[in-house]
Design a protein around this ligand. Structure first.
Ligand SMILES: [Zn+2]
Length: 470
């Protein structure tokens, strides 16, 4: 299902940041910088940016590599000290099929490792080193801390700008144009103080996860030796806070490596898998693919993607949507968008598109649109407008009267072909009339093959909505 969203804008004000580090003979105590945002803001921002990244960068499609990176990532996540654990964060690990040596993590948990970074490393511990550093930025919440101390800017605009900073050096790219606004830098290029925190915290994390923290230091040495005069992109996004190598080694001396794991040879086997693949794309090639809309080797940019999401949770969470609605959805769904249209979708099911629109493969969208007071006619009108942006949309059978948020509404079942996966999907569109004659609509979307699983969820969500339009 494809929709065009406009994001509400929030402005931020200036706040002082103070960071404190206590140096003792024991390991360095890291104090996260001041942050005026809620952890949920990190999650929302990161998920929106990650949806764009997954759409606009080619990912490596290799189950074994995925599994290995995931295992390394989980080991590190499991080692996050309890005082820094963020229950709302969801840590994910993707490999970008890009040659340049880089890696980045977005607020709230999504991490992306360039294939070039994995190829440049000499051991699993070195890959774990860069991941531990990135993870530390995430759970110390450096992205939104940076925004906290920044000048006023619009947080809604940021997700769209993040990519420009990520790609780097691809001036011709559609998304790289974002970097001319300089906002991406708020999230992607950290201060030296944050870099110092991520280095030392990363070293501590490695030791807790059973890796030798000195391997992070050796990776940084490798990176400095790479990439000619300016070095790899990663180093300019994560500037050396000064004596980086020595500081990590010193920290390592205070640490005990827990449950050190014997080397398994897995890293070598991953390296030979990568060597056997077609070469990774360069930043320049990726920019060309974006221009011609052919990222992921597919003609429409997203069509043909495989989307895997977890089934709807049986636990529900309630959200306030605008001042009009309260919506209870499965607790593993997140809200995307704001204002008059909100989509609730599980992780991995929501996609931002270059045209400013968005698409989702699983989940529900709730919105309000103009109406005339004639529910049947307004519903037909809405269906026609959806059909314009979804040319394969077809109605199945006739619409039925049904409870929507406690009033008598209309529900129609439709079929469509997902723009994201290219596969058939089933849509349940429900409408109800509001007191000012505007039209409330609720759309449930699921792949045809999963429609049975989602039907009950969709019914429960639309019937359980609370409408407050008095
Ligand atoms: Zn860093």
């Amino acid at each position: 299902m494809t929709r065009i969203h406009r994001h509400a804008r929030r402005t931020l004000t200036v706040l002082m940041v103070s960071t404190a580090m206590v140096v003792a003979s024991a390991q360095t105590r890291i104090v996260p910088p001041k942050n005026k945002y809620a952890p949920a803001d990190d999650v929302k921002l990161g998920q929106e940016a990650a949806a764009q990244v997954r759409q606009q960068l080619p990912l490596v499609d290799d189950r074994q590599l995925d599994d290995w990176v995931e295992r390394v990532g989980r080991r590190l996540v499991d080692a996050i000290p309890s005082q820094f654990q963020q229950p709302a964060f969801r840590y994910t690990f993707d490999e970008v099929n890009q040659k340049e040596i880089n890696a980045f993590a977005l607020p709230g948990g999504p991490m992306f490792l360039n294939r070039g970074m994995i190829e440049a490393a000499h051991s699993e511990g070195e890959v774990a080193g860069v991941m531990a550093h990135e993870l530390s930025h995430v759970f110390l919440r450096h992205g939104t801390a940076q925004a906290t101390k920044g000048e006023r800017f619009q947080i809604g605009a940021v997700a769209g700008q993040v990519l420009g900073a990520i790609i780097g050096g691809t001036a011709g790219s559609v998304i790289a144009q974002g970097s001319q606004f300089g906002l991406g830098a708020y999230f992607m290029k950290f201060s030296r103080e944050y870099e110092r925190q991520a280095d030392l915290m990363g070293a501590q994390l490695l030791a807790r996860a059973g890796y030798d923290p000195r391997e992070m230091a050796t990776l940084f040495k490798t990176l400095e030796a790479e990439g000619g005069n300016s070095g790899p992109e990663w180093l300019s996004d994560h500037p050396n806070p000064g004596n980086r190598y020595d500081a990590i080694i010193r920290e390592a001396q205070t640490l005990t490596i827990a449950n050190r794991q014997p080397a398994t040879g897995e890293f070598q086997s991953m390296q030979s898998r990568l060597k056997g693949m077609k070469p990774a794309y360069t930043a320049e090639q990726i920019a060309q693919m974006q221009k011609s809309g052919r990222v992921q080797d597919s003609p429409t940019g997203t069509s043909g993607r495989t989307v895997q999401v977890s089934a709807p949770s049986t636990q529900y969470r309630t959200y306030q949507a605008g001042n009009l609605l309260r919506v209870s959805v499965p607790s593993n769904w997140q809200p995307y968008g704001s204002g008059n249209t909100v989509t609730y979708a599980p992780e991995g099911a929501y996609f931002q598109q270059q045209n400013g629109g968005s698409a989702f493969t699983h989940g529900m969208e709730v919105g309000v649109t103009q109406g005339t007071g004639d529910l049947a006619r307004d519903t037909q009108q809405l269906l026609r407008s959806f059909a314009q942006s979804n040319p394969q949309l077809r109605q199945q059978g006739s619409a039925r009267r049904e409870n929507v948020g406690g009033r008598q509404g209309i529900t129609a079942v439709l079929t469509n072909v997902s723009e994201v996966t290219g596969q058939p999907e089933q849509i349940e569109l429900s409408t109800a009339q509001l007191r000012d004659n505007s039209l409330l609509y609720v759309i449930g979307v699921a792949p045809r093959t999963d429609a049975d699983v989602y039907q009950g969820t969709f019914r429960r969500v639309r019937q359980g909505m609370q409408i407050n339009d008095r």
